[in-house]
Design a protein around this ligand. Structure first.
Ligand SMILES: Nc1ncnc2c1ncn2[C@@H]1O[C@H](COP(=O)(O)OP(=O)(O)OP(=O)(O)O)[C@@H](O)[C@H]1O
Length: 253
C-alpha cells in the first residue's frame, strides 16, 4: 500500500516528532511495516529512535547527492522501525537546491522507489514552511497535524490549511487531510476545551477522538533513544499512542 503521511505544523514544539515516533512504534507493535523519514535538520526523530545524527548518509544525501535511498534506510535498535536519518547538514538545503529543476519533487521521486515495501511512511517535518516541508507535502498522500490547545494554534491551523491548499493547486492535487491530533491536552482548562470545540466545528470528521495528554514518560523516552512504547510500555503515554494507532488503522481500513 505504502501510504505516505506528512506530519506537519509550522509551529515548533507541538509534538510532531513525539507523534511520529510513538505512532510508528505502536503500528510496528501491531505488525505493520513503517518507515520514518526525518526531514527536520534538528534530527530529533533520528536521535529519538536511538540512531546517531552523525550517520554516513542521511536524507541530505538523498535530496542533494542523489544517493540510493535503499542504502540510506537504517533500522532503529529498539522498535525495529526503518528510518531515514537527518542532521544539521540539511539546514542549507533551501540555498543548495535553488537552481535545481523540479526541486519540490525530489523526495517524492525517491520515496516512490521504496514506499511499497511499507504499510505507512511518516515524514517528520521541520517547524517551518520551506522547501523541505514542500517536498514532504508533495510526496505525501495525506497530512497529519498535531496541535496544542492554545489560542494561537487556531490561527496557525488556518495558515496551514492555506498552505495545503496552495500545494494542492501546484504540486500535489490529491493531497488530503489525514487528521488533527490534540497533543499535551489538559482536560481541566477551559481554553483546551474551547479550542477543541472550535476545531471540531470546522474539521469534525478529521479530529481524532484520542487526545494525547501531558506525560513525563513521553518527554523522558527520547533521551534514552526510544519510543515511550519501548521505554515504558504500560505508561499512559504509551497507551494513548496505542489508542491513536487503533483509531488511525480504523480510519484507514
Ligand atoms: N504529550 C506530551 N507530554 C509531555 N511532553 C511532551 C508531550 N509531547 C511532546 N512533549 C515534549 O515536548 C517537546 C516538543 O515535542 P516534539 O519534539 O515532539 O515537538 P515538535 O513539534 O516535533 O518540535 P519541533 O517543531 O521543534 O520539531 C519535547 O521535549 C517532547 O518531549
Amino acid at each position: 500500500m505504502g501510504k505516505i503521511i506528512a506530519v506537519v505544523n509550522q509551529k515548533g514544539g507541538v509534538g510532531k516528532t513525539t507523534t511520529v515516533i510513538n505512532l510508528a512504534a505502536a503500528l510496528v507493535e501491531a505488525n505493520y511495516k513503517v518507515l520514518i523519514v526525518d526531514i527536520d535538520p534538528q534530527g530529533n526523530a533520528t536521535s529519538g529512535c536511538g540512531l546517531q545524527k552523525s550517520q554516513q548518509e542521511t536524507i541530505y544525501d538523498i535530496l542533494i547527492n542523489e544517493s540510493d535511498i535503499k542504502k540510506v534506510i537504517k533500522t532503529s535498535p529498539n522498535e525495529k522501525i526503518d528510518i531515514i536519518a537527518s542532521n544539521m547538514n540539511l539546514a542549507g538545503t533551501e540555498v543548495e537546491l535553488v537552481n535545481t529543476k523540479k526541486r519540490e519533487f525530489i523526495l517524492k521521486e525517491q520515496l516512490d522507489k521504496v514506499k511499497d515495501k511499507y504499510d505507512y511512511v511518516f515524514i517528520d517535518c521541520p517547524p517551518a514552511v520551506n522547501i523541505l516541508t514542500i517536498n514532504a507535502l508533495t510526496a505525501a498522500n495525506t497530512v497529519l497535524i498535531p496541535m496544542q490547545c492554545e489560542y494561537y494554534a487556531l490561527e496557525g491551523l488556518s495558515q496551514l490549511v492555506q498552505t495545503i491548499g496552495l500545494v494542492k493547486k501546484s504540486t500535489n492535487p490529491k493531497l488530503v487531510l489525514e487528521g488533527i491530533l490534540f497533543t499535551m491536552y489538559d482536560t481541566r482548562t477551559n481554553l483546551s476545551n474551547q479550542v477543541v470545540k472550535e476545531v471540531e466545528t470546522h474539521f469534525s470528521n478529521h479530529v481524532y477522538k484520542t487526545k494525547i495528554t501531558r506525560s513525563v514518560r513521553l518527554s523522558e523516552a527520547p533521551s534514552f533513544g526510544m519510543s515511550c512504547i519501548s521505554y515504558d510500555g504500560r505508561s499512559k503515554g504509551a497507551e494513548q499512542y496505542r489508542q491513536l494507532s487503533k483509531e488511525f488503522i480504523e480510519r484507514n481500513s
